[in-house]
Design a protein around this ligand. Structure first.
Ligand code: CA
Length: 235
């Protein structure tokens, strides 16, 4: 497991590195946003520990750009923030970080968070092998090409178009993750897409009609203003 540490304060960066190396992780360090992106492209780490306040390109921008890269395996991003109120800002902007840690933090806390992220990633791989994705209310079976919703103790098969099926599968593969329209287009159409990215909104609207108890007030497929969409359900 490769971890990229992005932190402009060298002492903190080295402390994180030592902590994680003791736990058997291999680490890379970047001291600013641009070199972080360069190392990211070359090394494709599994986890990125990303400080919010960086000179030049800040952590939010780095996070957004990492999420825009079309890689097979998305990294887990753990954002470091100096103050509690910054977290609200980070979550409000929903750039696609997977977790947040407020400075100062203990080495033990950091290791616990990284392990939790990696457990998520292992679970994800297992699911990919078994070809099913499951959250509390939804199950998608890729082999059978079936999607079901369980609500109020009743399980119903969903009648989805191929595109809606792919959309739901994408959402279920990373519950809680924020997707931009561009990222969804990459997942659904790959490089074959030419047109207005707002077409995604149309398919989202149709999917909501089929899976939401009340599509005017969605509880599963949430709009993230200025960014895109996210799927929320317990796993
Ligand atoms: Ca900093």
């Amino acid at each position: 497991m490769k971890i990229l540490i992005v932190e402009d304060e060298n002492e903190i960066a080295q402390l994180i590195e030592q902590t994680l190396m003791r736990e058997g992780f291999s680490c890379l360090i970047a001291n600013d946003g641009l070199s972080a992106l360069e190392i990211f492209r070359k090394q494709q780490p599994d986890v990125v520990i990303l400080d919010l306040m960086l000179p030049g390109l800040d952590g939010l921008e780095v996070c957004t750009r990492i999420r825009q890269q079309p890689y097979d395996k998305d990294p887990y991003i753990l954002m470091l923030t100096a103050r509690g109120e910054e977290i609200d800002r980070v979550i409000g902007l929903s750039t696609g970080a997977d977790d947040y840690l407020v400075k100062p933090f203990s080495p033990r806390e950091l290791v616990a968070r990284v392990r939790a992220l990696l457990r998520r990633s292992l679970r994800h791989e297992v699911q990919e092998v078994s070809q099913t994705y499951k959250t509390k209310h939804f199950t998608v079976d890729l082999e059978q090409h079936t999607a079901t919703r369980t609500l109020d103790n009743s399980t119903d098969e969903l009648d989805l178009t191929t595109l809606e099926f792919s959309l739901l599968t994408t959402f279920l593969s990373y519950p809680g993750r924020v997707w931009s329209r561009t990222q969804l287009i990459d997942k659904l159409w790959g490089n074959d897409f030419f047109g207005d990215e707002r077409v995604v909104d149309t398919h989202i609207r149709r999917l909501r009609k089929k899976i939401e108890p009340n599509s005017a007030n969605p509880t599963f497929v949430k709009t993230v203003v200025g960014v895109g969409y996210k799927f929320e359900d317990e796993t």
